[in-house]
Design a protein around this ligand. Structure first.
Ligand code: PA5
Length: 426
């Protein structure tokens, strides 16, 4: 379903032969870890191993929230929120959930008093529920924001009423949030212990907000399962994930240091935020890794375009093209603006030609270009793309000789902040 094209990678002709044995070893090592039931590879088979009862539980909670709430506040940070936000924007556009009931707001990534005061006022103006998402149950930013919204819920509905409006997604057994949920009788959903935050989009972490937004979560999982079957069984360079992971590593080994993920569609921007975390946290360690950055064309052609074309030759582009756009719009006839050559033409087609022109210009400037093709902005494509990126990332990190599932650097900052704020150690 997801297609990858390295025609314009500007790599030597034999790069695929050189990468294939290394990718085969990385593939086996991931599968071996999964088969041995160790570490953090639960996401590899998640699309087929999702328990139907759990899926029904997610759907029932979503129905309840849709029935009794005008707003849902999803509180989480990093891997506990970026995937759900990516899904909602991908499937419905960046503004949909602000216009349709229930409105879904994301919180937990800022402690800015003005932003939070505004959101608290917005929530208080109608009926609302809260989905607190934290695997560890102890991350300072979302925990602090949750305290604000929990206090508001208790003030508005009383402790019993508030308890019916709190949905906690967290570790199945451990952690403060799990303990609080038990004590207060909140509805809970598990984040499987062998799936890390950034790989957890297809668990209740992402599925509950998607279901509340009215997305067909079974179709998301079906798309991911189809991609999983295709990618896990294909041990060759025709495997799109092998080819993407291999090409970006060949470019890295040729001296490229930044990967710029490009899209032309505002619905895709939140997906690039999740992608940045996925690759940045998985590979950026031990003094190495590609820096993941993003740009939106044509807008950024008029800001970053100059650097991309002519600046320090550190980066390559990975362009995401969506085959079936959500809508069509033709340019009407008008006079005097010199645009008659565009009259009656689809803006989608104009955008495609812009991308074609950019490809010609940037490759002429020596900037390697990779291409990812996604069929549509629908549930099946979203599930497939998440799976494709997760597998590509795990293969790519393994090629670089790092553990793509830990984040020791993030833990370092969490520890320092706790010390500075005087948080007691548990
Ligand atoms: O990918 C990761 O592991 C991190 O981004 C975490 O998701 C993030 O730090 C939030 O952690 P938690 O879900 O434990 O609150």
């Amino acid at each position: 379903m997801i297609r990858f094209d390295s025609t314009h990678a500007l790599l030597q002709a034999n790069w695929q032969q050189a990468m294939a044995p290394r990718l085969a070893a990385a593939h086996e090592s991931l599968l071996f870890d999964a088969d041995a039931g160790v570490n953090a590879t639960g996401w590899l088979r998640q699309p087929e191993s999702m328990d139907l009862r759990l899926l029904n539980h997610v759907r029932a909670a979503a129905r309840q929230i849709r029935d009794d709430s005008e707003s849902l506040i999803v509180i989480g940070v990093g891997g506990s929120s970026l995937g759900a936000r990516a899904a909602l924007h991908f499937l419905q556009g960046p503004h949909h959930t602000l216009r349709h009931r229930p409105r879904i707001f994301f919180a937990g990534d800022t402690l800015d008093p003005a932003a939070l005061t505004e959101l608290l006022e917005l929530a208080a103006s109608g009926d609302f529920s809260v989905n607190i998402v934290s695997k560890s149950g102890a991350t300072l930013e979302p925990a602090s924001v949750f305290r604000l919204f929990r206090t508001l819920l208790e003030k508005k509905y009383g402790p019993g009423g508030a308890a019916k409006r709190i949905y906690a997604t967290t570790d199945p057994e451990k952690g403060l949030l799990r303990a609080m949920a038990r004590e207060n009788g909140w509805t809970t959903f598990p984040v499987p212990s062998d799936i890390g935050g950034r790989y957890s989009v297809l668990t209740p972490v992402g599925l509950l907000p998607m279901a509340v937004a009215g997305a067909d979560v079974a179709a998301v999982l079906a798309g991911a399962r189809e991609e999983m079957e295709k990618l896990l069984s294909n041990r060759s360079m025709n495997n799109a994930a092998w080819c993407y992971a291999g090409a970006r590593n060949a470019l890295y080994e040729n001296g490229r240091r930044t990967e710029l993920l490009i899209s032309t569609c505002p619905s895709f921007a939140a997906m690039t935020d999740w992608w940045k975390q996925l690759f940045g946290e998985s590979e950026g360690k031990e003094g190495g890794g590609l820096f993941p950055a993003a740009a939106s064309f044509p807008g950024d052609l008029h800001s970053l375009g100059q650097f991309i074309q002519d600046g320090t030759p550190l980066l390559f582009e990975t362009v995401v093209r969506i085959d079936r756009p959500l809508a069509s719009l033709k340019l009407p006839a008008a006079s005097g603006d010199g645009l008659d050559f565009l009259t009656g033409r689809e803006l989608g087609e104009v955008t495609e030609r812009i991308l074609d022109g950019v490809l010609l210009a940037h490759t002429e400037g020596g900037v390697p270009n990779l291409l990812i093709r996604v069929p549509a902005l629908d549930e099946a494509s979203f599930g497939a793309l998440v799976y494709f990126f997760c597998l590509s990332c795990a293969l790519s990190g393994t090629l670089q000789g790092v553990n793509p599932f830990d984040q020791p650097g993030v833990e370092t900052y969490k520890k320092k902040v706790s010390e500075l704020l005087g948080r007691p150690t548990s």
